[in-house]
Ligand binder design. Structure first.
Ligand SMILES: [Mg+2]
Length: 156
């Protein structure tokens, strides 16, 4: 089975970690963008936003970063692009923060150091959820359009 590439945004202040993980994910056939702070992540997301949906499927987001932390970044991501799914990365001592993140709309979290296969599995699941959500949104928008047009035409 051919796996569809996932459009990923990796966000972590540890540059080596981001660069190594980015190489591995690219080798596995995924499309990876990187950011080293919450602020940079929001800029990348704003740049890649299409007219209807963001181009990024899944954001892997470190919780502990200087400046804007992962939880604040997550809240701003979800406010701007509710459809994009976020997987949080957290240290062993910070599971409570990860739970706070789940309550703020994160798809899931992983403990650092993240296992590559586990990360990939969670990213696949997150992408599936994002696609299903995006599809429901498109269908709802098509229905709304049809209603506004008085049922004169049917969307394809
Ligand atoms: Mg960090």
């Amino acid at each position: 089975m051919v796996k569809l590439p996932i459009n990923i945004l990796l966000v972590d202040d540890e540059r080596d970690f981001v660069e190594i993980l980015s190489l591995r994910l690219t080798d596995a056939g995924h499309r990876v963008r990187t950011a080293f702070s919450g602020q940079e992540a929001l800029s990348v997301l704003a740049e890649t936003e299409g007219d209807a949906l963001p181009e990024i499927d899944v954001i892997v987001l470190d919780i502990k970063m200087p400046g804007m932390d992962g939880i604040e970044t997550l809240k701003q991501i979800k406010a701007k692009c509710p459809v994009v799914e976020v997987i949080l990365l957290t240290g062993h001592g910070a599971v409570d923060t990860a739970i706070k993140g789940l309550k703020s709309g994160a798809f899931d979290y992983l403990l650092k150091p993240a296992d590559f296969d586990e990360l990939t599995t969670k990213m696949e699941a997150a992408r599936k959820q994002k696609d299903a959500h995006a599809e429901r949104l498109r269908a709802a928008e098509a229905r709304a359009l049809m209603r506004r047009s008085g049922g004169l035409f049917k969307p394809d």
